[in-house]
Design a protein around this ligand. Structure first.
Ligand code: CDP
Ligand code: CDP
Length: 223
């Protein structure tokens, strides 16, 4: 397992992790792990059972028994396509609340590590480099200033026909940032050996390129 290379991309919301992870994975022929989707799936399954976000034990039991399948860009929860439903705001909020529970994080740990398979994996989230894959060959901490991130999110929503006020997005983003960085268990933070990349003024393509260069430099150094 330790021989299968992992590239981790951690960072705050809308820093471009998902987009860039897919770009890098495509270039290398690697698999991808969208760890946030697992937290969102746990949230969706809990909401459907009428569980509240403060009930740690019940949510952890849901995470433990989660019946999910990732298949060619589609996500299935209990056999039904759930890729659209997990993107709802209510689901994201529930996910970010229960992500603070140690037992929920523990329940999802083995499931995340199971994504590691040859020829390699690109994993994005908050604690990929610090907790889930501490032995990753390349760790990237992807940041962008909050204004750039809010603007990106606004555009992304606009493309889906949803209009949102920049002020509201900024407020929600600061709240989510605070919750992710201040929690006691696996807070959002760069691993000691992570490369911090500021993409505020970079396109997704340029960011993918920058990570490919880090990867190539690493391969060269090891050869
Ligand atoms: O909403 P956003 O796109 O920022 O987040 P996401 O990546 O879809 O993840 C949803 C929530 O799960 C985040 O707000 C985090 O609190 C949590 N999460 C986490 O704690 N650890 C991860 N590795 C990934 C997500
Ligand atoms: O996964 P995360 O929440 O970190 O971000 P994302 O969903 O990959 O990216 C949020 C939005 O920003 C997407 O619409 C990306 O296309 C866009 N983006 C960008 O405009 N510039 C970048 N350098 C990276 C992403």
């Amino acid at each position: 397992d330790g021989l299968v290379p992992v590239i981790t991309i951690d960072g705050p919301t809308a820093s471009g992790k998902g987009t860039v992870a897919h770009g890098v994975a495509r270039r290398l022929g690697f698999a991808v792990l969208d760890s946030g989707a697992l937290y969102r799936l746990t949230a969706l399954a809990s909401l459907r059972r009428g569980i509240v976000a403060t009930d740690e034990q019940a949510v952890a039991a849901v995470a433990e028994a989660l019946d999910v399948r990732f298949d060619g860009g589609h996500i299935y929860l209990e056999g039904h396509e759930a890729g659209h439903d997990i993107r709802q705001e209510q689901v994201g909020n529930f996910a970010s609340q229960v992500a603070a529970f140690g037992s929920v994080r523990q329940a999802l740990l083995a499931r995340q590590r199971a994504f590691r398979r040859p020829p390699g994996l690109v994993a994005d989230g908050r604690d990929m480099g610090t907790v889930v894959f501490p032995d990753a060959v390349l760790k990237v901490f992807l940041v962008a200033d909050v204004n750039a991130r809010a603007e990106r999110r606004r555009k992304q929503l606009m493309e889906k026909g949803i209009s949102a006020k920049l002020q509201d997005l900024l407020r929600d983003m600061r709240e989510r940032d605070a919750r992710d960085t201040q929690r006691a268990v696996a807070p959002l933070a760069p691993a000691a050996d992570a490369h911090t990349l500021d993409s505020s003024r970079m396109t997704a393509q340029e960011t993918v390129q920058a990570i490919m260069e880090l990867w190539q430099a690493k391969a060269k150094a090891e050869a």
